[in-house]
Design a protein around this ligand. Sequence first.
Ligand code: GLU
Length: 410
Amino acid sequence: MKSAFEAAQFYFEEAASVIGLSDSLRDLLVTPEREIKVQVPIKRDNGQIATFIGYRMQHNSARGPMKGGLRYHHEVNADEVLALASLMTWKTAVVDIPYGGAKGGISVNTKDLSTDELERLTRRFVDEIHDLFGPDKDIPAPDMGTNAQTMAWIMNQYEKFHGFAPACVTGKPVELYGAEGREEATGRGVGTLTLAFLRKFGRSIENSTVAIQGFGNVGSFTASYLHQAGGKVIAISDVSGGILNRDGIDIPAALEYVAVNKSLAGFPGGQPVSNETVLSIDVDVLIPAALGNVLTEQNAGDVRARYIIEAANGPTTPEADAIFRQREIPVLPDILANAGGVTVSYFEWVQNQQYFRWDISRVREELEKYMTRAFHRVWTIAAERHVSLRTAAYILAIGRVSRATELGGI
Ligand code: GLU
């Protein structure tokens, strides 16, 4: 299996070949602008010192300040963060928001740390990198293992060095310059495009069944959106395992259960199944919404879904992608499907720069506009060039980034 960065590069190269991108631009666009790796020591609650490694990979800034989430997860490593940073460059270009791409992460199991320890970890990380990010340089946001509270700590710590600067980070609490609708944005974007995607095949959500792997920020808001739109969500899962109910899961009940119990384990609204089983259920729409590299050469042949929507970043390995193409299972790629989060991050940053607040209906309306416009562009490119939606999304993104690079010069 390829490394995460090799996989991301594979998709890039595929599209670069279709459009005949020059070797010199290829070299430039796969080379990250800056790779940051720092020691992040903290004092544990018990007085001991614990040392973590923090990363911020700044892939490309041809189209604007770099943008991307910050992930706290025990599997975080340099290669993965770099891969995710490059995905952000293409994602911001696909939806045409004025950013480049970056990603950060700390290799840590958040369950091992208290809230105070997480705060110290976050502030110490900011101490190490505060000169290298900021409103016009690189703007972090939530990702796996981080949330609005983490962003509030980042803003507060950053401002100790640089003064008032709410636009230095997005996905903040609404009480602290966060945008209404940012929390739901990724799931809402996934839901919006799932409906648009199904319509292209002459289908509707009301007549479709859905399986979602992951019930965190992305999976849960996606489930809610599709449930409300009339879809039958028959399987959901989180790290504790999955739940299957062929009559349709009561999603509001599942959300309430998770709010109280912190996980789906023991949820009575269906029969327990493994996380792996969720991927191979006989269903119309499969939505991986958690970790990367879950659809692989080993299990792609077992997938019985008719359509795949990539709500996670990098859920499909190139080997699995080839199998889905051969089996004619259309895949809506991550850099388009999950771009709703960063799109509303952009709206938050715009509001912060203008000291002005939009109401939720404006956020939702603009989100829909950005997502559907990108979707139709990608669909048209795929049809015109007879390529997959993933290759089409990369063609659109690479075209935008390389034109900006050529116009701006080096
Ligand atoms: N972490 C999210 C992503 O992967 C959001 C990034 C952002 O809002 O900057 O797209």
